[in-house]
Design a protein around this ligand. Structure first.
Ligand SMILES: [Fe+2]
Ligand SMILES: [Fe+2]
Length: 169
C-alpha cells in the first residue's frame, strides 16, 4: 500500500513522540537478548513491522505501529524478579498491553495485536489479523538477530542501531 505524504508524516510524528517519551525510555533499563535493551528492540521491531506492512494492502498501520512499540512494555527485569522468571514468556504480552493502555490509552485493536505476539507459546492467542501476524513475525526476526549476534558486536554497532531507530522512515 502507498501512504499519502500526510499519513506518512503523521506516522513519523507518532514514532518520534514515543521515541522521546520518558515513560517509553524506561525500557532502556530493561536488558534484552545479551547486550540489547527493550527500548532498542521495540523500535527495531516497529520499523521492520511497518516496512513489511507496506507490502500488503489495507493494513491498519497506525494500530500496528503502536502495538509494535509497546509489545514488550512490561517494564521489569525477569532475570532479577525471580517470581516472574517462569511465566515471563507467556504473561508479558498481557502485562505490556495493560500498562500501555494505562499509560497511553492505546486502542483495543493495538492491545489485541500485542496479546498474540508470543504465539505459539500462547497457543490459544492466535494472531488472527494481518497486523498481528506481521508483528509476531517481525518480533521473532529481530529477536533471532539479537540472539545470534554477540554482546561485543552489539556494543560495536550501538551507534548504528541508535541512528537506525532514530526515524521510522
Ligand atoms: Fe515479547
Ligand atoms: Fe519483542
Amino acid at each position: 500500500m502507498k501512504l499519502t505524504p500526510e499519513r506518512k508524516e503523521n506516522l513519523e510524528n507518532m514514532y518520534q513522540t514515543l521515541l522521546n517519551d520518558e515513560r517509553v525510555k524506561k525500557m532502556k533499563d530493561i536488558p534484552m537478548h545479551f547486550g540489547s535493551n527493550c527500548y532498542e528492540h521495540s523500535f527495531k521491531v516497529a520499523r521492520l513491522a511497518i516496512k513489511r506492512a507496506l507490502r500488503h494492502k489495507e493494513v491498519n498501520i497506525e494500530a500496528l505501529l503502536i502495538a509494535a512499540i509497546f509489545h514488550d512494555y512490561y517494564l521489569y527485569d525477569w532475570r532479577v524478579e525471580k517470581d516472574k522468571k517462569r511465566s515471563h514468556a507467556s504473561k508479558h504480552p498481557y502485562i505490556a498491553a495493560e500498562q500501555a493502555e494505562r499509560d497511553f490509552k492505546i486502542s483495543k485493536e493495538s492491545k489485541k495485536i500485542i496479546n498474540s505476539h508470543m504465539w505459539p507459546i500462547n497457543f490459544k492467542d492466535f494472531p488472527n489479523s494481518k497486523e498481528a501476524r506481521i508483528l509476531t513475525l517481525a518480533d521473532k526476526a529481530i529477536a533471532t538477530v539479537e540472539f545470534m549476534s554477540s554482546t561485543k558486536s552489539k556494543k560495536k554497532h550501538r551507534e548504528e542501531t541508535l541512528k537506525e531507530i532514530s526515524t521510522l522512515f
